[in-house]
Design a protein. Structure first.
Length: 258
């Protein structure tokens, strides 16, 4: 068979993959646009939910200093909400695209991680909304009052507040995906459980460094992120230990059957 014939034989599958990829991307974009349209209609309601921690902290006023700021805040709120709502559809389309190229055992190993991702993200975002954000706001708004005979009032803009709370929600949500990342790295042979155990002290330092970047400079907010990260690291090690035992049993059973 000539090189030209081999090229012709591989061209059709490649085109099929590209066509399939385009179809999956169109589904993802369509789901995102539909979710965005719905979320934009309810943007004020969604933002009203996001400002509840601010109201609970005693701050009842938000301002905007730029003409288009309030409009762009609604756009951002709708986009962030649409990303979260459409994530199951996007994840499903990604799975439908890559699953046919995986072996059965690979599909069985990857699917739990895919299912755990939105659960862990929502857990982290919920912890940020209900615990970390109120603690941070209590600390940051505590600077109001009389200072040297001058009254110092907090007048946060809606754009700054949205960036503030989204930093918390996405920071905590992504940080809670640490077990999925570590278990995928171990599953892919990039790291081993022994290496992760040996790197525990560095992981603790890294957890506090991440918390220092993603949270305000108060100790309470940093501990609320750093401590769960350390716990999640240990849970990932336990999960890897169980998967190693299961793989060892499957290997032993396969060897015995042969």
């Amino acid at each position: 068979m000539s090189a030209g014939d081999e090229l012709d034989d591989t061209r059709a599958p490649l085109l099929d993959h590209l066509i399939e990829l385009r179809r999956r991307l169109l589904y993802c974009i369509g789901a995102l646009l539909l979710a965005f349209a719905v979320c934009y209609y309810f943007a004020e309601t969604i933002f009203a939910f996001l400002v509840q921690p601010l109201l609970a902290a005693g701050q009842k006023r938000l301002i905007y200093t730029q003409i288009f700021e309030a409009f762009f805040v609604q756009i951002k709120v709708a986009f962030f909400a649409a990303m979260m709502i459409s994530f199951p559809v996007i994840a499903n389309q990604l799975w439908q695209f890559i699953a046919p190229g995986l072996y059965r055992n690979e599909r069985r190993a990857l699917l739990p991680f895919l299912l755990a991702t939105p659960i862990l993200f929502l857990t982290g975002a919920s912890m940020a909304y209900y615990v970390a954000v109120p603690v941070a706001l209590h600390f940051l708004l505590g600077f109001q009052g009389e200072i040297g005979g001058v009254t110092q009032d907090a007048l946060p803009s809606i754009g700054n507040y949205l960036s503030f709370i989204m930093q918390f929600l996405f920071g905590f949500g992504l940080s809670f995906l640490l077990p999925v990342l570590l278990m995928l790295l171990e599953r892919g042979g990039i790291v081993t459980r022994q290496q992760l155990v040996a790197a525990r002290r560095y992981a603790i330092v890294g957890a506090f460094a991440i918390a220092a970047v993603l949270t305000p400079p108060d100790v309470g907010s940093q501990l609320l992120l750093a401590i769960p990260l350390c716990i999640l690291y240990e849970l990932a090690l336990i999960g890897i230990w169980f998967t190693e035992r299961r793989r060892a049993r499957e290997t032993a059973a396969t060897t015995a059957s042969e």
